[in-house]
Design a protein around this ligand. Structure first.
Ligand SMILES: C[S@@+](CC[C@H](N)C(=O)[O-])C[C@H]1O[C@@H](n2cnc3c(N)ncnc32)[C@H](O)[C@@H]1O
Length: 264
């Protein structure tokens, strides 16, 4: 919808964003203009952005992997690098597959996989009630709140074909090095993975076999520095492991597969 926003208001917006250090001030001003209902709303949004709130939280959406994901303030903004997770999940899923987006945040990953593979049975869960509300808004039913697998209906045990688990994986000592946008506007529970960043990953890996269907897979994003440890953790959990990577996205994904037989 075109709004009555004058050229002067746009110049004012760009100037404010530039002064706040936004590198892409013109582009961001356009995105804000498209989301603003009038000049008063535009000024308020520009101010939030100038004070460091992520653009996606200010406008209330993120465009990710070809889908528009609605976002609430304080909910993790889906990262471009997570396209690799979506690609690997979509490659493994087909109509009828049970896909779970664990640690779902806004539900962006599940939403993107469902757009590429309509007909999947999608479930999602997160510990953060704000994230859960956001994911329900994006995904509809089958979004649960709670700690990892404890949030899921027991009927999913042994039935999950694709378990997306984009867990928090920043080592605690590295949190201070993150951009202020993330540090100040995304909750620590969405970022902090403990001493080596792999605490939540370990908790997922050690219970994945119980929840995966035979030959089901778990997919988790990690950093380059975590590759060796993460592969060992998944292997120790009884999974067959390999690594997906995309150097352009600077993305690394551990893939663990339940190889055989009955639920443990
Ligand atoms: C890195 S964010 C990923 C969000 C989303 N999957 C994405 O890629 O946009 C990690 C998410 O894990 C959630 N989380 C952290 N610890 C959790 C736990 N123990 N159980 C469930 N969710 C958890 C956080 O609330 C956050 O939404």
């Amino acid at each position: 919808m075109e709004t009555a926003i004058t050229a002067a208001a746009m110049v004012e917006s760009i100037t404010r964003l530039r002064a706040a250090g936004c590198v892409f001030a013109e582009d961001e001003a356009e995105v804000l203009r498209a989301a603003a209902t009038d000049e008063t709303a535009l000024r308020a949004m520009v101010e939030r952005r100038a004070l460091g709130e992520p653009l996606e939280q200010v406008v209330g959406y993120a465009d990710f992997c070809g889908v528009r994901v609605r976002l609430l303030p304080g909910v993790f903004v889906p990262r471009v690098r997570s396209e690799l997770l979506v690609r690997m999940a979509s490659a493994a899923a087909s109509a009828g597959s049970v896909v779970v987006d664990l640690c779902c945040g806004s539900g962006a990953l599940g939403l993107a996989v469902r757009a590429q593979r309509p007909g999947i049975e999608l479930h999602a869960a997160d510990v953060d009630p704000v994230a859960v509300a956001c994911a329900r808004d994006n995904l509809g039913d089958n979004v649960y709140q709670g700690d990892l697998f404890d949030a899921l209906p027991t009927g999913l045990r042994g039935r999950i074909d694709v378990l997306l688990a984009n867990v928090p994986y920043v080592a605690t000592r590295h949190i201070a090095l993150l951009p202020a946008e993330a540090r100040d506007h995304e909750p620590p529970t969405a970022l902090d993975g403990g001493d080596d960043g792999l605490d939540v990953f370990r908790a997922v890996a050690c219970r994945a076999g119980e929840w995966l269907a035979p030959r089901g897979i778990v997919l988790s994003e990690i950093t380059g520095a975590q590759v060796e440890t993460a592969l060992a953790v998944a292997e120790d959990a009884g999974l067959a492991v390999d690594l997906g990577y995309d150097d352009d996205l600077e993305a690394r994904v551990v893939r663990g597969q339940k190889t055989v037989g009955p639920v443990r």
